[in-house]
Design a protein around this ligand. Structure first.
Ligand SMILES: NC(=O)c1ccc[n+]([C@@H]2O[C@H](COP(=O)([O-])OP(=O)(O)OC[C@H]3O[C@@H](n4cnc5c(N)ncnc54)[C@H](OP(=O)(O)O)[C@@H]3O)[C@@H](O)[C@H]2O)c1
Length: 272
C-alpha cells in the first residue's frame, strides 16, 4: 500500500490539521496529493494561499482522497460523519486525530468494512518533534498502520499502541506539551522572583529544558539517575526538591493526568 503516494485529505484543517498538512509538505509529500477542507471560506482561502493545496468541500475530499484524516473537534465529529459517513466509498482509510473518540464511533457511522486508524499526535509536530501514537481500529490491517506511520513519521516519532491505551496517551503526550510550557512559565517567574531579568530567566530555562530533554532521550539513563547526578549532599538541588515534594508536585501530576484521561472519556460520551 505504501509503495505509491496516496492522496490525503485533511478534513477540518484547524490547528492540528494544519500541522499535519505542513508536516507532510515539509517531508516532500506532493501538494497535488493533499486536499484540505474547512468550515469557513476565509480559512479555506488562507490554507490554499499558505500551502498551495486544493481546499475542497467535504464530499469532494471523500470522493478524491484515499486517506481521510479527520481533524475536527470531537464535538463536531458526529455532524461531520452524518454528512460524509454514508458517502465514503469502499477502500478508503479513515484516520482519526480526534481526542477521546474511539474508532468504533467512526465505524458505526461508516459503511461496513471501512478501515479506521486512531492517532494521537501533539503540537511539536510544528518542529518535526511530534510524538504520535497509532492504533488499529476496526478493519485496519498492518498495511493501514504502516500508511499512517508513513504520514506521521516525518512529523517526529511514532509508536503503535493498543487502542485501549489511547485515552492515557492523550493525557500524557497529547496534552503533554502544555504541562512543560506551564513549568517553563512558572520557572521563569521563579527566576524573576530571584532577581533575574525576564529574558535571561526565559533563555536559561528553555536551554535547560532542551538539554535535559536531549539527555533523557540520548543517554539511556533512568530519569532518577540523571536527577541524582545533579543532587549533591546538602546541596542546593535537594533543598529545592524538598519543597517540590512538600508542595505535592508528584501527586499533582498523578491527579492531573487522571483528570485529563477522564476528560478524554467524557468527550467521547458527549460526542455521541
Ligand atoms: N490542539 C492540540 O494540541 C491537539 C493535540 C492532539 C489532538 N488534537 C485533536 O485534534 C482535533 C482538532 O483540534 P484543533 O485544536 O486543531 O481544533 P481546531 O483548531 O478547532 O480545528 C478544527 C477545525 O475543524 C473545522 N471543522 C469543524 N467542523 C467541520 C466540518 N463539518 N467540515 C469542515 N471543517 C470543519 C473547524 O472549522 P472552524 O474554524 O470554522 O470552527 C476548525 O478549523 C481535535 O479532535 C483534538 O482533540 C488536538
Amino acid at each position: 500500500m505504501s509503495a505509491e503516494v496516496h492522496t490525503v485529505a485533511v478534513i477540518g484543517a484547524g490547528k492540528i490539521g494544519e500541522l499535519v498538512l505542513s508536516g507532510l509538505l515539509r517531508s516532500g509529500w506532493p501538494a497535488d496529493r493533499l486536499l484540505a477542507t474547512a468550515r469557513r471560506p476565509a480559512r479555506a482561502e488562507e490554507l490554499a494561499a499558505r500551502y498551495g493545496v486544493r481546499v475542497v468541500d467535504n464530499l469532494t475530499a471523500v470522493d478524491e482522497a484515499e486517506v481521510l484524516a479527520v481533524a475536527v473537534k470531537p464535538q463536531d465529529a458526529a455532524a461531520l460523519l452524518d454528512e460524509i459517513g454514508p458517502k465514503v466509498p469502499p477502500g478508503k482509510l479513515l484516520v482519526s486525530l480526534c481526542a477521546g473518540l474511539p474508532s468504533s464511533f467512526f465505524s458505526r457511522r461508516l459503511p461496513e468494512g471501512t478501515p479506521v486508524v486512531r492517532v494521537m499526535t501533539n503540537t511539536p509536530a510544528l518542529v518535526d518533534q511530534a510524538m504520535t501514537a497509532i492504533s488499529a481500529g476496526a478493519h485496519a490491517t498492518g498495511e493501514h498502520l504502516a500508511l499512517a506511520e508513513e504520514m506521521f513519521k516525518p512529523l517526529g516519532a511514532t509508536i503503535r499502541v493498543p487502542e485501549t491505551q489511547q485515552d492515557a496517551v492523550t493525557a500524557l503526550s497529547g496534552s503533554g506539551p502544555a504541562y512543560f510550557y506551564l513549568l517553563v512559565e512558572a520557572m521563569t517567574d521563579a527566576g524573576i522572583l530571584l532577581g533575574l531579568p525576564r529574558q535571561v530567566a526565559h533563555d536559561l530555562i528553555v536551554q535547560t529544558a532542551i538539554g535535559s530533554a536531549v539527555m533523557l532521550r540520548d543517554s539511556g539513563e533512568h530519569p532518577v539517575k540523571l536527577r541524582e547526578a545533579v543532587t549533591s549532599p546538602a546541596g542546593t538541588t535537594i533543598s529545592a526538591i524538598r519543597e517540590l515534594e512538600n508542595h505535592g508536585v508528584r501527586a499533582a501530576l498523578l491527579a492531573a493526568l487522571e483528570a485529563a484521561r477522564d476528560r478524554a472519556r467524557e468527550l467521547a460520551t458527549q460526542a455521541e
